[in-house]
Design a protein around this ligand. Structure first.
Ligand code: 5GP
Length: 118
């Protein structure tokens, strides 16, 4: 069995979080350290550590994450102004939690896609 993660424990309710959406395939909750007025995390309930671990069998759940992201952007009132969906993978992207997750940022102009390294 795949080891539990911080985010799988949020999905099962073992660790509290502000869950904004959940179904049998995905869970979405507010980031604990928001970097924009709207900052949600959308995860597959199934544990997939990184994008490098996805398989063709994950295609449906990954597509579903986009459908849920679109729905949540609308519910948050940011669909028209625009928003950013982002998935970090591995050390160069500073991935901190090894349970694949899509960030949904919005609610203000978000600037350039990749901040220059200082
Ligand atoms: P990463 O860098 O792995 O793409 O992003 C991990 C995100 O998870 C960060 O934005 C961080 O603030 C968020 N995070 C870390 N621990 C928790 C937690 O316990 N609860 C919630 N809601 N978010 C968390």
């Amino acid at each position: 069995m795949t080891e539990e993660t911080l985010f799988s424990k949020i999905a099962t309710g073992e660790i509290p979080a502000d869950i904004v959406f959940q179904d049998d395939r995905v869970t979405a909750f507010r980031d604990i350290n928001p970097q924009a007025p709207t900052h949600l995390l959308i995860i597959p309930n199934k544990i997939i550590p990184t994008v490098n671990d996805i398989t063709p069998q994950d295609e449906a759940v990954l597509g579903h994450m986009f459908i849920v992201a679109k729905k949540l952007a609308s519910l948050e009132g940011i669909a028209e102004d625009g928003y950013r969906l982002l998935v970090n993978c591995g050390p160069h992207a500073n991935q901190e939690v090894f349970h694949l997750h899509m960030h949904l940022f919005g609610g203000r102009p978000l600037g350039w896609m990749v901040k220059p390294v200082e």
